[in-house]
Design a protein around this ligand. Structure first.
Ligand code: HEC
Ligand code: HEC
Ligand code: HEC
Ligand code: HEC
Ligand code: HEC
Ligand code: HEC
Ligand code: HEC
Ligand code: HEC
Ligand code: HEC
Ligand code: HEC
Ligand code: HEC
Ligand code: HEC
Length: 405
């Protein structure tokens, strides 16, 4: 505490000194009035502030800040900015005139950097990318005097503050936060955008506070019970215990499938994906999410020898399981979308029914020696993958995708 006071005193002394210096220089070369004039000064109402006939700095009718509050209301917000509550109006303002708007003694952000040098270092660190409104100034977002909203002297609640600009043309958010069908909870809490974004400068792309994946794991490193009582898996743990990661996850790109700001699709996905275990009518459009990156043709024809490897000879088992007029099994019946321990992201088990009974697949890969046509272990080069088998919903059923018919 003592240190903080001392620190402030030194800063105040230094700034006053340099302020005095620039001002006397200004007076010396002053021929024309500065760009911005304080109204009572311009109106030559010297007596409103000075007691003597020939005004000087030591004859004020009231000490600052009392002098200023003769005409300007006191700043009474719940959270006060230290120099303002200490009455140091003249640290930031000139009493008579200034080249800067609001009679500022220095333009922003330099004015603020006089004391907030730590932030200045962050903003000028070349490794960081800076948020343009913070390059241009500070009081677009902050009130330099007081705030009713936050101890960080914000002008508005975070979400309002940020979306005011970001719902404009050109720098829009991909989604209108309030209008989406599925909101991502952190976005609509008080800290909102600040959970994930830094307002001034950061090392990471998109002004994120951390690598996207680490960012998500700040919260998804545990099971989360949603507001409607559903439990969401601990994704960090899931990725740790399942070594084979899906393509986009290998690239640390959760946003390849999810919109962190909320979306109109189940689980804040970027596109359609069925919510339920079964679908009652097959429509390619229900799986648009998967088909932004994969060929939808894997489900297209009842018979094929090319479109998919999930086939028994020419019988397309993707088609057989999924492409059905009723009770079509969704991809989740067999695939784990984030990570699994099996080839092709086949899952160990899938939650089934209301009680989420872990229905086991007991998937096994099948290998065949191309020379002998006999089952083999995949250690020599003539041994290739030829199919697999599951128990799951039926007795163990095998498929062989290299057999000739
Ligand atoms: C709104 C209040 C206000 C008005 C109006 C005002 N002054 Fe001042 N003036 C001040 C304050 C406050 C200081 C002291 C600044 C400081 O201590 O750094 C000051 C300082 C001065 C000084 C000494 C420092 C310097 O800038 O050279 C002179 C001379 C002065 N005023 C002249 C005038 C004259 C002449 C007028 C009328 C044309 C006038 N002032 C109008 C508030 C005012
Ligand atoms: C005699 C009355 C009076 C006193 C005393 C006075 N002001 Fe003002 N001030 C005004 C008026 C009038 C305006 C113009 C108001 C407007 O445009 O709404 C003004 C405007 C301002 C502005 C805004 C300027 C702009 O360009 O937007 C600032 C900043 C300001 N005053 C600071 C101060 C400070 C700091 C003090 C104390 C050193 C002070 N005033 C003392 C009357 C006064
Ligand atoms: C830390 C710097 C700082 C201090 C200290 C400070 N101001 Fe300001 N003031 C500003 C800035 C920056 C603006 C412009 C705000 C904006 O553009 O939103 C401003 C604007 C103003 C305005 C005009 C607009 C408004 O918000 O009403 C007045 C009047 C004013 N200040 C008076 C004062 C008085 C009186 C004090 C001392 C009690 C004071 N200021 C202390 C930085 C400061
Ligand atoms: C004369 C020194 C000084 C100047 C100039 C100054 N500040 Fe401050 N500011 C402080 C001090 C001291 C604190 C309290 C720091 C703390 O709590 O650790 C503070 C706190 C803040 C806070 C709250 C931060 C927190 O950690 O809670 C914000 C936001 C802020 N200032 C913004 C500004 C802006 C914007 C400007 C320029 C318009 C500015 N400051 C100019 C001294 C200054
Ligand atoms: C786009 C809006 C925005 C702009 C522009 C902005 N800030 Fe901030 N600032 C914030 C928000 C939001 C927070 C709260 C951050 C948090 O709570 O994690 C904050 C926090 C702060 C803090 C306290 C925490 C810290 O990071 O030290 C200071 C000091 C501060 N700002 C000063 C400034 C200064 C000085 C400028 C101008 C160079 C500036 N801000 C420009 C939005 C902004
Ligand atoms: C005064 C207008 C304004 C405000 C307020 C504002 N921004 Fe920005 N923001 C911009 C502009 C302009 C850009 C584009 C230039 C840039 O990247 O700095 C931008 C860029 C961004 C980007 C990066 C976009 C990209 O395509 O790389 C993010 C993320 C962002 N802002 C988040 C925020 C958050 C969070 C807040 C609230 C704390 C906020 N913004 C408040 C104007 C604003
Ligand atoms: C849960 C974390 C999280 C929250 C909360 C969050 N964002 Fe983002 N935001 C991200 C991620 C991750 C990206 C980059 C990935 C992407 O493209 O969607 C991003 C990207 C952005 C972009 C750049 C978008 C583009 O496509 O160029 C803007 C602008 C942005 N966010 C603004 C905001 C605003 C404003 C808020 C608060 C209303 C907010 N964000 C809340 C995580 C978040
Ligand atoms: C600040 C904490 C936090 C961060 C950071 C965070 N989340 Fe969340 N997320 C939550 C909470 C809390 C829920 C549960 C929401 C509810 O109650 O409905 C959730 C829910 C979700 C859901 C399920 C949504 C639904 O509608 O069921 C997905 C998917 C998700 N988050 C993905 C992400 C991704 C991807 C990231 C990183 C870009 C991320 N989250 C970052 C807190 C967070
Ligand atoms: C390839 C697309 C894809 C990627 C990449 C992806 N997800 Fe998902 N995620 C989904 C789908 C699809 C669901 C819905 C699964 C279901 O209900 O069967 C989901 C569900 C979730 C859920 C809810 C889990 C539950 O138990 O219901 C969370 C939380 C989540 N994802 C977070 C993340 C995070 C964090 C990342 C990045 C590490 C990520 N996702 C990457 C597609 C993806
Ligand atoms: C953002 C792009 C993207 C989306 C969306 C996506 N995937 Fe993938 N997926 C990939 C990439 C890239 C690979 C290849 C990974 C590799 O080679 O390591 C892959 C691999 C797979 C594999 C393993 C087979 C192979 O070709 O390697 C399966 C199975 C799979 N995805 C299923 C799905 C399902 C089901 C969905 C929808 C829920 C989905 N994917 C959505 C990008 C995506
Ligand atoms: C009944 C289980 C099951 C269902 C349901 C299922 N798959 Fe598969 N899928 C598999 C198996 C088994 C393989 C591995 C085939 C092999 O041996 O190469 C596979 C392979 C894949 C591949 C790799 C390329 C290929 O076709 O061989 C992709 C991509 C894929 N599935 C996507 C999907 C998508 C998207 C859905 C939902 C629309 C889906 N799967 C539904 C079992 C299933
Ligand atoms: C959700 C239940 C379910 C799961 C999980 C499931 N199947 Fe099936 N499977 C069926 C049903 C039902 C049939 C009968 C065919 C039909 O629907 O007409 C079938 C048929 C088959 C057939 C026989 C096709 C024929 O010609 O008779 C094979 C082979 C097969 N499944 C393999 C698999 C493999 C491999 C897996 C694991 C990756 C798997 N199944 C997972 C429900 C399932």
């Amino acid at each position: 505490m003592k240190n903080k006071k001392l620190f402030l005193l030194i800063l105040v002394a230094l700034t006053t000194l340099s302020y005095g210096y620039t001002r006397s220089q200004d007076s010396a070369k002053r021929k024309q009035p500065a760009k911005f004039q304080h109204t009572p000064y311009a109106e030559k109402a010297c007596k409103r502030c000075h007691a003597s006939e020939i005004p000087n700095g030591k004859d004020l009718v009231t000490e600052v800040p009392g002098l200023c509050h003769n005409c300007h209301e006191k700043f009474l917000g719940d959270f006060a900015h230290s120099p303002t509550s200490l009455g140091e109006c003249l640290l930031c303002h000139n009493a008579h005139e200034s080249e800067h708007r609001s009679l500022l003694s220095e333009k922003e952000p330099e004015l603020c950097y006089l004391c907030h040098d730590q932030l200045e270092r962050k903003m000028t660190n070349e490794q960081n990318s800076t948020h343009s409104p913070a390059v241009d100034g500070c009081s677009v977002c902050h009130n330099p005097h007081t705030s009713d909203v936050s101890s960080k002297l914000l002008k508005k609640q975070v979400r309002l503050l940020c979306t005011e600009c970001h719902l404009e043309e050109g720098i829009t958010l991909p989604v209108a936060i309030d209008a989406v069908g599925y909101q991502h909870k952190p976005v609509v809490t008080e800290r909102s955008c600040l959970h994930c974004h830094a307002p001034h400068a950061t090392f990471f792309e998109n002004h994120l506070r951390a690598e996207p994946l680490d960012l998500c794991f700040n919260c998804h490193n545990k099971e989360i019970i949603t507001s409607d009582g559903v439990s969401l898996a601990n994704i960090e743990e899931l990725l740790k215990s399942n070594k084979i990661h899906h393509g986009p996850i290998k690239e640390k790109n959760c946003s390849g499938c999810h919109s962190p700001h909320g979306s109109d699709f189940y689980r804040i996905l970027l596109d359609e994906y069925p919510k339920d275990f079964y679908t009652d009518i097959y429509d390619e459009n229900n799986y648009k999410l998967c088909f932004t990156c994969h060929e939808s043709t894997l489900l297209q024809d009842r018979e094929t020898t090319t479109l998919t490897n999930f086939r028994d000879g020419h019988i397309n088992l993707h088609y057989l399981h999924v492409n059905k007029p009723e009770k079509g099994r969704t991809c989740r019946a067999c695939h784990e979308v984030h990570a699994s321990n099996h080839f092709n992201h086949i899952r160990d088990s899938v939650p089934f029914g209301k009680i989420k009974w872990p229905l086991q697949l007991k998937y096994r890969e099948q290998y065949t020696d191309i020379n002998s046509g006999k089952p083999c272990t995949p250690s020599n080069s003539s041994c290739i993958k030829s199919g697999g088998s599951c128990v799951a919903c039926h007795d163990r059923k095998f498929y062989n995708n290299i057999k000739e018919e």
